[in-house]
Structure formats: structure tokens, C-alpha cells
Design a protein around this ligand. Structure first.
Ligand SMILES: [Fe+2]
Length: 134
């Protein structure tokens, strides 16, 4: 069962950003399913690393968008991206070295983070960009 499902209320109005968010949802669900199914460590690690690298690409795309438009909330938004990126790096390292196990707490945390971040930060950012004179 998916842990996160797309809600039209989460749309930002930017088709590229929305598409990337939907892909993130799919990847969080894939990780959740793999943890639930008790998949092998090698498999889980791959799914986790793929999710982390897609997330970084997506953050970079959003950061380019904010940089180009002169969005005033850029520093705070980027800080939130960096906090999650740091957590992800630590997590992958901890899992790789055997210090950590992956549990459903992780997929729940990621689902909550993504949903909250879109609703609180991304929608605000895109709304600001879209109301700017072109
Ligand atoms: Fe963001």
C-alpha cells in the first residue's frame, strides 16, 4: 500500500516541478514497499540511493529556479533542502556501514517531509515566481 499519494492540492502550478514531485512520491512509495516486503539490503540500498540522487537533482532544479527569479525566501528554502540532504547522506552511510537498519519510520518520515515541504515551501515559492512580471 502506498504511504504517500498525490493530492491535487499539492500542485504548485509549475508543470516541471509538479512532475518531479510526483516522481518523488513514486520513489518514496517504492522505498516503502521494499522495506515492507523485507527486501534484501543490496536492493534497499539501491532504491534509497536512487531516491537520494533524484531528490538532489530536484532540489538543484528548484534552487536554479529560485536563483533566476530572485526569490526572497531562497536562503531559508535552500537551508531546508540542505538539512534533508545531510540527513539522507548520513542515513545512506549508516545503512551501508551496518550501523543503521531501515524501518518504516524512515518512509513515514520522508512522506511527511515531502508533503509538508511542498505545501509550506514549494507552493509559496512558485506562487511568488508566477506573480512576478515576466
Ligand atoms: Fe523545495
Amino acid at each position: 500500500m502506498p504511504i504517500i499519494s498525490w493530492d491535487p492540492k499539492l500542485a504548485t502550478g509549475d508543470s516541471v516541478v509538479d512532475h518531479q514531485h510526483k516522481t518523488l512520491f513514486q520513489m518514496v512509495n517504492e522505498l516503502h514497499d521494499a522495506i515492507t516486503a523485507g527486501k534484501a539490503k543490496e536492493h534497499l540500498q539501491k532504491v534509497l540511493e536512487r531516491l537520494a540522487s533524484y531528490t538532489l537533482e530536484h532540489f538543484a532544479a528548484e534552487e536554479r529556479l529560485m536563483g533566476r527569479s530572485g526569490y526572497p525566501g531562497v536562503a531559508e528554502h535552500v537551508r531546508k533542502h540542505h538539512d534533508l540532504a545531510k540527513k539522507a547522506t548520513d542515513l545512506i552511510e549508516g545503512y551501508r556501514s551496518g550501523k543503521l537498519v531501515l524501518s518504516l519510520t524512515l518512509s513515514q518520515f520522508l512522506a511527511d517531509w515531502v508533503r509538508h515541504h511542498i505545501a509550506e515551501e514549494d507552493q509559496k515559492m512558485i506562487a511568488w515566481i508566477q506573480t512576478r512580471p515576466k
